[in-house]
Design a protein around this ligand. Structure first.
Ligand code: VGL
Ligand code: ZN
Length: 198
């Protein structure tokens, strides 16, 4: 069984959103076009409480883009984004949500971020995505969405580490590029871990 994993295709990551990924909207038609080719389509949804510790607003004197220590883990600080039950957290309006069988919410614990759709950044808790895929006898996953250099990267690396046959659909990804070159570095690392970039 072959699954498509759509990573964080949410309003806040689209142009005009709180953490807009440049050209993020361009991945939506790619997702809609590819969905019918898969046995199973799963989406991840960044879903933070309003006081999430990845928000620069929660750390007086700190600003977006800074990296700080939260509970022993490096945390990049972001603008408030994907706050649970707000329009910014909703899946993109143009995304064909009827083609999605399952949605996995992540980043729900205020103390720890979760870039990957499988585990939080400290690998302390699983989201349930692995169990969901195993129950359905999924052996291969194709990953696309936002953002190449954060959540797509982390999700694909975990999928490969969990021994799913993992590919990344480059056409369906866009990145933040906090530092220019981050997307290329992310793709290089994925290649090095045996992930096919297609
Ligand atoms: C993401 C930063 C913070 C992403 C989520 O979806 O790549 N990036 N939260
Ligand atoms: Zn987030």
């Amino acid at each position: 069984m072959q699954a498509l994993i759509l990573v964080d295709i949410q309003n806040d990551f689209l142009p005009g959103g709180a953490l807009a990924v440049p050209h993020g909207d361009e991945v939506v038609p790619v997702a809609n076009r590819l969905m019918p080719q898969y046995d199973l389509v799963v989406a991840t949804q960044d879903w933070h409480p309003a006081d999430h510790q990845s928000f620069a607003s929660q750390h007086p004197g700190r600003s977006v883009g800074e990296v700080i220590d939260v509970d022993g883990l490096e945390q990049t600080l972001w603008p408030d984004h994907c706050v649970e039950n707000t329009p910014g957290a909703e899946l993109a309006a143009e995304l064909n949500v009827r083609g999605i069988q399952h949605v996995v919410r992540k980043g729900t614990d205020r103390r720890i971020d979760s870039y990957s759709g499988f585990f939080d950044n400290g690998r302390r808790k699983a989201t349930g995505l692995e169990a969901y895929l195993r129950q359905r006898a999924v052996t291969g996953v194709d990953v696309m969405g936002l953002a190449t250099d954060y959540c797509v990267k982390a999700t694909a690396l975990d999928a490969a580490a969990l021994a799913f046959n993992t590919r990344v659909i480059a056409e369906g990804c866009r990145g933040v590029e906090l530092v220019p070159g981050d997307c290329e570095k992310a793709l290089d690392l994925m290649w090095a871990r045996g992930i096919m970039v297609i």
